[in-house]
Design a protein around this ligand. Sequence first.
Ligand code: PMP
Length: 358
Amino acid sequence: MFAERLKSLKPYVPGEQPQDRRYVKLNTNENPYPPSPRIAALLSGYDSGRLRLYPDPECRQLKEALARSRGLKPENVFTGNGSDEVLSFAFYAFFDSPRGPLLFPRHTYSFYPVYANFYNLPFTRIPLDSGLAVCLEDYLDIPSCGVIFPNPNAPTGISLGLREIRDFLDRYPGDRAVIIDEAYIDFGGESAVELLEDYPNLLVIQTFSKGRSLAGLRLGYALGQPPLIQALTQVKDSFNSYPVDALAQALGAAALEDEAYFLSCTRRIQETRNRFSFRLGRAGWRVLPSVSNFVFASRPGISGGEVYARLKEKGYLVRYFNEEGITDFVRITIGRDEDMEALAKLMEELPAPGEAEK
Ligand code: PMP
């Protein structure tokens, strides 16, 4: 009854969504603030009769709104059911093994190896540098069918500048796709969107889940030159004509209109992040320089798993990774000010090696 291929399918494991008690949930990089008030207004006035019809398979209104907001044309925009789905379509459309493996960072978004396995695509993970940053220079050394990396990277939060990205694109073969996953770009990083006109092999993927507080809506998109967008559309139409539902199309467009709200939320998260990082650093934690809505931090002598367990006991849910090289770290999503202050206080008091708990 079961297909043979199911045996080798290794699914992605998302951060836990506990139902047993109330935690301060800082483990899946969700935004602590609600989406723009325009979303509530639109929802309460939404004519449910419209749900009788299928949504626009081309997402025209949403694509126009996205194109306007990025100084692009609708032909430069592809929309999907969360950026995870857009990533999956992009893996299918652009990465092919005959020219070499797909390259991505040693420590990065753990969905990449899952998609690669799903599509039977060989991949090579390129180590991070000694400061745990992505070093694009290293991606030029081996033949490959394409490259994907998040900027800022996850789970480190470290970001690359446009100069470095442009320099890489100038030297990487122009007939292979380079995908930059900008899921966390809204929190201070430099977007590669302005490079799109110069590089026909560049695809930038973004999401409404983080900066726009709409993780529950499932809305992501890709930006690139029209041939890349057409290829993604070809994959989509071979899989599901309507991955973006009517509500998501309408609410996404409304969210884009409220730039002031978006900027105030994302600025606030950046300020909280900087204060939180400073406090942890002062208390002896190693905190990587984050340009995202999370920080990656470690403390000598305590494993990430142990920090996770101690914080969970106190009602804070963070994430750690059982991956050689980063087992000392926890990834902490930036939440509301008051929660981050209380958490910083707790973490300042976590005992250093050999010290009894205060
Ligand atoms: N890329 C990265 C690097 C992420 O961390 C995430 C969130 N888990 C995604 C993409 C997917 O985000 P979404 O599907 O919610 O748009």
